[in-house]
Design a binder for this molecule. Structure first.
Ligand SMILES: Nc1nc2c(ncn2[C@@H]2O[C@H](COP(=O)(O)OP(=O)(O)OP(=O)(O)O)[C@@H](O)[C@H]2O)c(=O)[nH]1
Ligand SMILES: [Mg+2]
Length: 362
């Protein structure tokens, strides 16, 4: 009797094994084969899709790296959050805030926080920094510059074009910023004209032409024989006035602040424009690549001395870890920050808002 039960049990186990093995191979042969086929089909369908367009970064996303560089030690030093005033001071230096601004901020922390307490509370320091950083700026300073340009409030006579000269070193993002700005001003119903002051580099003029097409701005093309940037600007002004243009954006060739002859050339462009309107150019905006670090400070200082900058544009903040540079430049030079470049697309820009900037950075 027991033997019979054992036999039945063995038979049962054997039968179950047989059925599940057969089931496994059946499933593997039919189902897995199918899923492989549909996988290949999906792959084909997927690759046939257009490439996704790069997402425009928000200010908070763009400032992630900069924020990390301010409040965390470098990877070589452990990469943890700063835990003492010394570590914070080092992080601020590494973020290229500039020695003058770093010592100002650190002295303030020493005086107002750490003197009365033995421990270093980073959250308390951050709250304090928010207030101190905000103090470096004028409330809504980017917006004020923007409104100035929109209303043409500096122009010598009504109906005269508001002339904005865009300057900076090579590759800082001048032409791209002009494209973005032309688009923005046009969206406000302004009549916008752009002109390439770089008369020697054909590519520079073509590039501005592409941005004029994209933004639907008018473009002034000087006769081929006109090689002097001053003469081009003069003629562009005449044309802009005739066509009732509201805003004339002058692109200029990139140059280093140390290239005296090229800096003099920009001075001459300004002098020539004054023959039309003694207040022109009404704005001189310098474009700075925020990856440049401390060099951006020296460039801005020198351009300001020669040309009298009225505002700064900081480009390539997406991907940069040096947004702290803005604090140093702003404190030392006192020139308002107008616009931030957050990518290569026509909408990848933001009018600078101190509150927003400080909130995203701290
Ligand atoms: N990621 C990023 N790239 C930018 C930004 N602004 C400009 N660029 C890129 O920087 C490069 C140089 O930009 P341009 O606008 O040609 O610079 P430029 O100052 O006119 O250069 P030159 O006329 O040669 O002196 C281009 O590849 C732009 O796409 C920005 O805000 N973010
Ligand atoms: Mg250019």
């Amino acid at each position: 009797m027991t033997e019979n039960i054992e036999l039945l049990l063995y038979a049962g186990v054997f039968a179950t094994g047989l059925v599940s093995t057969a089931g496994y191979y059946f499933a593997r042969f039919y189902l897995f084969k199918d899923s492989k086929e549909s996988g290949a089909a999906n792959k084909e369908k997927f690759s046939a899709k257009p490439k996704p367009v790069t997402k425009t970064k928000t200010l908070t996303e763009a400032l992630t790296k900069s924020k990390k560089s301010l409040w965390f030690r470098t990877a070589e030093s452990g990469g943890e959050e700063v835990k003492s005033l010394d570590e914070l001071e080092e992080a601020l230096y590494m973020a290229d805030i500039g020695p003058q601004t770093v010592s100002f901020l650190v002295d303030q922390v020493k005086e107002k926080i750490t003197e009365n307490s033995n421990s270093f509370d980073l959250n308390e320091v951050k709250d304090f920094f928010r207030a101190e950083m905000l103090d470096l700026f004028t409330p809504l300073e980017g917006e004020l510059v923007y409104k100035r340009a929109l209303t043409g409030s500096h122009a010598g006579e009504s109906k005269a074009p508001y002339v904005i000269s865009i300057v900076g070193v090579n590759g800082a993002g001048k032409t791209t910023s002009i494209g973005k700005l032309a688009h923005k001003f046009l969206s406000e119903g302004k009549k916008v004209m752009v002109v390439a002051g770089d008369t020697f580099r054909a590519a520079a003029q073509e590039q501005l032409g592409v941005w004029a097409d994209r933004s639907k701005a008018l473009i002034f093309k000087a006769p081929l024989e006109t090689k002097d940037p001053g003469a081009v600007a003069f003629q562009a002004y005449e044309k802009a006035k005739k066509e009732n243009v509201d805003i004339l954006l002058i692109d200029t060739a990139g140059r280093l602040h140390t290239q005296d002859n090229l800096m003099k050339e920009l001075e001459k462009v300004q002098r020539v424009l004054k023959k039309h309107d003694t207040k022109a150019p009404h704005e001189v905006w310098m474009v700075l690549d925020s990856n440049t670090g401390m060099n951006a400070f020296f460039q801005a200082e020198s351009f300001h001395k020669t040309l009298g900058l009225t505002a700064l544009i900081l480009t390539k903040l997406d991907g940069s870890s040096k947004a702290g540079t803005i604090l140093g430049i702003r404190k030392s030079l006192g020139i308002p920050i107008f616009m931030l470049g957050l990518g290569e697309g026509i909408d990848d820009m933001k009018i600078f808002e101190p509150e927003d900037f400080v909130q995203s950075l701290v």
